[in-house]
Ligand binder design. Structure first.
Ligand SMILES: Cc1cc2nc3c(=O)[nH]c(=O)nc-3n(C[C@H](O)[C@H](O)[C@H](O)COP(=O)(O)OP(=O)(O)OC[C@H]3O[C@@H](n4cnc5c(N)ncnc54)[C@H](O)[C@@H]3O)c2cc1C
Length: 290
């Protein structure tokens, strides 16, 4: 299949990108094209204008500022994954990104494009939610705002970006000292979308969990924070038993209509297992190796 005809624009500034997006209500942003181009080819998306943001200056940054790691809208998944800054300062991002797609896709696909696409079986939205990521959104009139992950993911394939606006980047808080990160996914094939996956981060001081962050993807139309598990861990001992007890508290509405790759009953049953394994792998990072 070939895409329907569209006007192709390639701006070099954010202001010009907004002007191009304002050309028509059917205009769409093009980042890595790894989700959008297949949709175009299948004519499941027929934008009148395609605004390629890859030449907009400064959007490919990966940088630490104000206690957060900022990833720009055109930073490729492969570049983010191989970044020492990302691996050491936001290790959960790297742990999950290694499970996203194949190297060929990651060479072109972007972290921000992946989050904006918001496939409900995608790994990274769970990480964004668990870490309280902040999205830098620019409205059509150029006004910037910061949207927390909890408000960003609206529904399957729907995020809080106004028509004619765009996301310029996403930021994640730097992991505090004494932090371990773990990501566990069940997928039909290696590098496939998740049937269900959990992202977990534990911060420990003197054997006590000071912060627990856990979120799951693949249950419903949005990633879900496992607040009961987080609360049960926080303030308690950083032991395997505490992790197992917390994982048993993992609950969430599991929608049959979402993630048709596996039945809802299956995802519901494996939810505590997936949470336990993500937490266990976070814990293992904290334990001194003999
Ligand atoms: C074979 C294959 C396997 C894959 N496996 C996985 C997987 O296991 N897990 C997974 O999560 N993903 C997977 N993907 C999807 C991949 O991660 C995509 O790269 C990603 O979903 C989209 O990123 P992109 O930069 O290519 O965005 P694009 O395809 O360019 O855009 C995707 C959507 O986001 C919008 N968008 C992009 N950037 C912005 C922005 N800055 N502001 C506003 N809107 C924007 C676009 O308009 C479009 O609607 C796979 C893809 C392929 C082809």
């Amino acid at each position: 299949m070939k895409p329907a005809a569209f006007e192709y624009r390639r701006p070099t500034t954010i202001a010009a990108a907004l002007d191009d997006l304002a050309l028509d209500a059917g205009a769409r942003v093009l980042a890595g094209g790894q989700s959008l181009v297949p949709l175009l080819n299948l004519r499941l998306a027929t934008p009148s204008v395609l605004v390629d943001i890859n030449r907009v200056a400064g959007l490919d940054e990966i940088a630490e500022r104000d206690g957060r790691v900022h990833i720009g809208a055109t930073a490729r998944q492969a570049v983010v994954l191989s970044s020492d800054l990302v691996r050491t300062r936001v290790p959960l991002v790297a742990a999950a990104l290694a499970r996203v797609a194949h190297p060929q896709v990651r060479a072109r696909g972007t972290v921000v494009g992946n989050l904006c696409h918001h496939d409900p079986a995608s790994e990274m939205p769970a990480v964004a939610l668990a870490l309280d990521a902040e999205f830098a959104v620019v409205a059509p009139d150029g006004s910037p705002s910061s949207v927390p992950a909890a408000d960003f993911f609206l529904d399957s394939f729907a995020v809080a970006v106004p028509a004619g606006g765009l996301v310029t980047g996403v930021s994640f808080p730097v992991a505090p000292p004494g932090t371990g990160a773990g990501f566990y996914e069940i997928a039909r094939k290696a590098k496939d979308f998740a049937l269900i996956a959990a992202a977990a981060q534990l911060t420990v001081a003197a054997g006590t969990v000071t912060e627990a962050r856990v979120a799951v993807t693949g249950l419903g139309h949005r990633p879900l924070r496992m607040t009961a598990a987080e609360q049960s861990l926080t303030g308690g001992p950083s032991t395997a038993e505490a992790v197992r007890d917390a994982a048993r508290l993992a609950r969430g509405e599991v929608l049959a209509a979402v993630n048709t790759r596996s039945p809802a009953a299956y995802r519901s049953r494996v939810l505590p297992v997936v949470v336990c394994r993500a937490l266990t792998s976070a814990l293992a990072q904290l334990e001194p190796t003999p």
